[in-house]
Design a protein around this ligand. Structure first.
Ligand code: ADP
Length: 169
């Protein structure tokens, strides 16, 4: 009952743009956190017009990192990658908006920063593939699975953002 919202807030939530339906999992890896790039990276998603609906700083266990990257378990870099991902704080986030899964990957740039275009997060801020500072879900299924792995449903916040009528028209 303490969390009950006034009726006006429910009305606003009903008007939330259909873009609410698309969400992606974005994580700033330990290198991005240590290098002080949290604000820079969040700013790029925020200024684009996407909405932050969940965020937390966590140090994943090695087992958790292995679960997150389970698709890559046959790759030679898998164990180094999981050691790295569990080596320090990771900023886990869920971003929402129209086309956010695909466009989020565009904002991030190619996996190897040597191949990422200037203007992208990895292109502007990273140099090597093993320290490419950010993760983003690569498709709708992965996004759904990764959000469920990193966040409980109550950590995902649906809310009306009054700028949406200016972002979506
Ligand atoms: P992305 O993160 O762009 O979705 P992948 O899913 O292919 O890319 O790989 C996951 C992560 O594994 C990369 O972001 C990178 O940190 C790491 N990685 C990929 N390829 C290599 C490699 N050849 N050497 C070391 N690390 C790699």
């Amino acid at each position: 009952a303490a969390l009950a919202l006034p009726a006006a807030v429910y009305m606003l939530q009903e008007e939330v743009h259909a873009a609410e339906l698309e969400r992606t999992f974005i994580a700033i890896k330990p290198d991005g956190v240590q290098r002080g790039l949290i604000a820079e990276i969040i700013s790029r998603f925020e200024r684009k017009g996407y909405k932050l609906v969940a965020i937390k700083l966590v140090v994943p266990s090695n087992e958790f990192a292995q679960q997150h990257y389970h698709d890559l378990k046959e790759r030679p870099f898998f164990s180094g990658l999981c050691d790295f991902m569990s080596s320090g704080p990771v900023l886990a986030m869920v971003w929402e908006g129209e086309g956010v899964i695909k466009y989020g990957r565009k904002l991030i740039g190619a996996t190897d920063p040597q191949k990422s275009e200037p203007g992208t997060i990895r292109g502007d801020l990273a140099v090597v593939v093993g320290r490419n500072i950010i993760h983003g879900s690569d498709g709708p299924e992965t996004a759904k699975d990764e959000i469920a792995l990193w966040f409980s449903p109550t950590e995902l916040i649906s809310y009306a953002n009054n700028a949406e009528k200016w972002i979506y028209g």
